[in-house]
Ligand binder design. Structure first.
Ligand SMILES: NC(=O)C1=CN([C@@H]2O[C@H](COP(=O)(O)OP(=O)(O)OC[C@H]3O[C@@H](n4cnc5c(N)ncnc54)[C@H](OP(=O)(O)O)[C@@H]3O)[C@@H](O)[C@H]2O)C=CC1
Ligand SMILES: CC(C)(CO)C(=O)C(=O)O
Length: 306
């Protein structure tokens, strides 16, 4: 497959490198120091699942200079979605798929508006990966899973081809026939994890062990469930309890990419996570006080250290 990675960071760099290692033709869109390092030294992934070094990669900051592709793997932070979506237009043929592994539930609305709904697959990823230094992606733990699917639930040739490409790259991959719900399921957990780990600057272990912070985490997730149900996403009423049980299975040291961003003084995605829950709740008449506490207090750090 010919694949373009739009945004070669933790997610795009990791999965793009694995797909290239699996024999696929992958071009990387990057900028700044990351682009300079990719051009000078290629792309490295350090991972408990096995390191990767691609000494030479096709890398650019201008997707318009690349040949069109079968699939765009979209991995910029949420604030860059609209601009990056506009930039990838030249990469699209009539049947090109674009799949975003960003967090949040608003990303695909933006991609559909900018690119047309026929190009957009739904997707979520499960991984902990960051840019350790320009040109180097560090993967922690052994979670590295992609779930994707057509929004109409059909089994298409393009999702089957991408799943095969993932198998070539030894990526855990699954095609979902209810991808919108899958995205919301991750959103429930992610909003709880990102909000509580960032607000407390703590990994999940102590948060789930202390009664009051555990109850707050449950409330945060329950508000997301109520918002999802109010807008017609069929999550079970007690889904927050299901996710809390899942939280109990992850390592004590697990944290979120937003907590990493906070510690590094980076900009935060909170307006598109808890902030989005608050906005949707307000429009739907669903109270969201716990998410409001997260969004309003993390607003202090949301723009990053200047
Ligand atoms: N990291 C993780 O473990 C996980 C992240 N996610 C989600 O995935 C998404 C991506 O996160 P992550 O990989 O951590 O982000 P990163 O910041 O590591 O990577 C994004 C990269 O895209 C670059 N970029 C943005 N816009 C452009 C552009 N127009 N042209 C070229 N390069 C561009 C950024 O450059 P610059 O730095 O200059 O802005 C950056 O290098 C987020 O929504 C996040 O929530 C989901 C699961 C796990
Ligand atoms: C919860 C996790 C690590 C799962 O991929 C994630 O998506 C994030 O922290 O952004």
């Amino acid at each position: 497959m010919r694949i373009a990675v739009m945004g070669t960071g933790g997610v795009g760099g990791y999965f793009g490198a694995r797909l290239a290692e699996g024999g696929h033709d992958v071009a990387f869109v990057a900028r700044g120091a990351q682009l300079a390092a990719l051009r000078a030294n290629g792309l490295r992934v350090e991972s408990p699942m096995g390191d990767v070094h691609l000494p030479e990669v096709e890398a650019t900051d201008d997707p318009g200079t690349l040949d069109p592709v079968d699939l765009v793997l979209f991995g910029v932070k949420l604030w860059d979605t609209e601009a990056a979506a506009g930039q990838i237009r030249p990469l699209l043929r009539a049947d090109t798929a674009v799949v975003s592994f960003q967090n949040g539930v608003v990303k695909d609305d933006i991609l559909r508006r900018v690119l047309g709904p026929e190009h957009v697959l739904g997707g979520v990823c499960y991984i902990a990966a960051t840019i350790a230094e320009p040109g180097v992606i560090r993967h922690s733990g052994n979670m590295q899973k992609l779930v994707f699917g057509e929004y109409d639930g059909s089994q298409s040739a393009r999702t089957a081809r991408f799943r095969e490409a993932c198998a070539d790259g030894k990526i855990d991959a699954e095609v979902s026939d209810r991808i919108e719900r899958t995205i919301w399921e991750k959103f429930v957990f992610l909003v709880g994890l990102s909000g509580t780990t960032s607000l407390t600057r703590s990994p999940i272990g102590p948060i789930r062990a202390i009664d009051r912070s555990r109850a707050f985490l449950r409330d945060v997730m329950d508000e997301v469930v109520r918002v999802a149900r109010a807008q017609g996403v069929p999550l079970p009423e007690d889904y927050a309890d299901d996710r809390l049980a899942f939280v109990d299975t992850v390592p004590d040291t697990m944290t979120s990419s937003m907590h990493h961003d906070l510690e590094r003084g980076n900009r935060l995605e909170v307006p598109w996570l808890s902030g989005d829950v608050v906005d949707r709740g307000r429009a739907l008449g669903v109270p969201t006080p716990a998410n409001r506490a997260i969004a309003d207090l993390l607003a202090v750090h949301a723009e990053g250290r200047k």
